[in-house]
Design a protein around this ligand. Structure first.
Ligand SMILES: [Zn+2]
Length: 189
């Protein structure tokens, strides 16, 4: 049974029969999907929303679900190469990719289509920021979806977004060039 999303004036989105599990610790509303995919296996196409939330909040590897790699250089993330986007990329990027562990980084770099040629990045301060999801507004005809939006937990607009993914802003980034080169060589083999 699909639960109806409703809006309350001033309060924003909610479910008619909202329960505490519908929101995360920072009060963002999440879709109701109680069934989490069975045996843990890499899901390269689409990260289950509630699972992505857990991985991001707890800083767990997006493939195996164990603690992600971290050392003095920071937490390990594998990101699609967008180096040309701005000088110092990916510093201050709003990121939706959960981190990875040392064991899984080779697997995902070789098999996940959008991460082939990706960059291994060490991040000292991946700060919990907010959510990416669908923004709604109350129209004369009822609740209307406007489109995708990334919103901070601090922003009152978060009350009108149904979350799909949790976002961390990456601060203190350095590209791990040796690991990136190693991953690229593995793909070419
Ligand atoms: Zn792993």
């Amino acid at each position: 049974m699909k639960s109806a999303l409703i809006a309350r004036v001033r309060l924003g989105l909610t479910y008619k029969d909202e329960v505490s599990a519908d929101r995360d610790d920072d009060y963002a509303l999440w879709p109701r999907m109680r069934v989490v995919p069975g045996p843990r296996r890499p899901e390269f196409i689409r990260v289950h929303p509630l699972r992505q939330c857990e991985l991001m909040r707890e800083m767990l590897c997006q493939v195996c679900g164990k603690e992600a790699a971290h050392d003095a250089r920071g937490w390990l993330f594998l990101l699609p190469n967008a180096r040309a986007d701005w000088p110092g990329w990916p510093e201050a990027m709003a990121n939706r990719h959960p981190p990875v562990c040392e064991e899984c980084v080779e697997l995902i770099a070789a098999l996940c289509p959008h991460l082939i040629g990706g960059l291994a990045v060490r991040v000292k301060r991946p700060v919990l920021y907010g959510v990416y999801g669908t923004e709604y507004r109350l129209s004369p005809n009822g609740l209307a979806a406007i489109g995708p939006k990334t919103v901070s937990y601090e922003d009152p607009a978060v009350a009108w977004v149904l979350a799909a993914q949790m976002v961390r802003v990456l601060n203190g980034c350095s590209i791990d060039e040796p690991l990136t080169a190693h991953l690229a060589r593995r793909v070419m083999q």
